[in-house]
Design a protein around this ligand. Sequence first.
Ligand code: 2P0
Length: 337
Amino acid sequence: MAPLDATAVAQPNIALVKYWGKRDTALNLPATGSISITLDGLRTRTRVRFSPDLGADSLTLNGAAAPEKLPRITAVLDLLRARAGMTLFAEVRSTNDFPTGAGLASSASAFAALVVAADAALGLGLSPERLSEFARRGSGSAARSVFGGFVEMSRGERPDGSDAVAAPLLAPAEWPLTVVVAVTSDAAKATSSGAGMELSRRTSPLYAAWTASSAAALAEARAAIERRDFAALADISEHSSTTMHAVMLSSRPALIYWNGATVECLHLIRYMRETSGVATFSTVDAGPQVKAVCLPENAARVADALRQVPGVLDVRTTGLGPGARLIDPLIDTGGAA
Ligand code: 2P0
């Protein structure tokens, strides 16, 4: 008998080699692969409860009903229900202990936690690879948060998307980097990643060059990670981030996810690396927050410096964390409530 009720925790991830563009929107297949690090500390906790007493799916996010986000959740639940051969509706309760929808990849942890909890509630027992595939249907980056540490997402070649899944490269303890997140806005972004990617694919003159350069960037980053070569990883990661933002900026109309404080943080991180030899590099996603990836011994210095930048609202420091996992809600009350 399936337990029908399960709770999972997942953390966001930050791509070092970015994904920006889809080859199939219906199956949510990425145009390129990507490489990411899964964070510790920023948590999404999701309970999924299927019941014959429910007349529809429902979603509560941070204690408030979130009907606007329900269709994407229901779409993923429908896939899992079909796999399980059952039709019960579900109540989904999710909490984040970090800003939602502002460039901290809340959809990554959200769909990774959802799929892991729903898989257990339905008694499916899916493999990590299949969990990653179902998480991808909710959000491309969520496929990566199924795993911890350094993770590579494959573009995949099959039309059905069964090989567009993530796989672990290194466990967190094998290269324990630290990430300092400078929060420069807590407003939800104006253009969702999905809509932004489609705009870039249709209108940016740089889009073809961006997707064509991906395989070389992935190989370079993979080699740097294998050698634990921070300088090489810094070089390719900053280049992937700024090139993705060049694609965004060259879309029509332009996608400008940065604010003034974002730009000041980018200058500061580069200055610290080039003039003071601090091992840090920047990466920015579809939002105004800046993530400074650091060797652990440099993180406090980077955090102190970013805190001084006008417009920085908050600075959070986190290590690398594990992939999405089930918890016993009666025992594990840590992280997001
Ligand atoms: C990434 N981003 O690789 C890139 C970099 C944002 C910028 O994956 O449409 O929420 O749900 O597949 O995963 C954010 O996009 O997009 C993202 P969908 P997703 O991390």
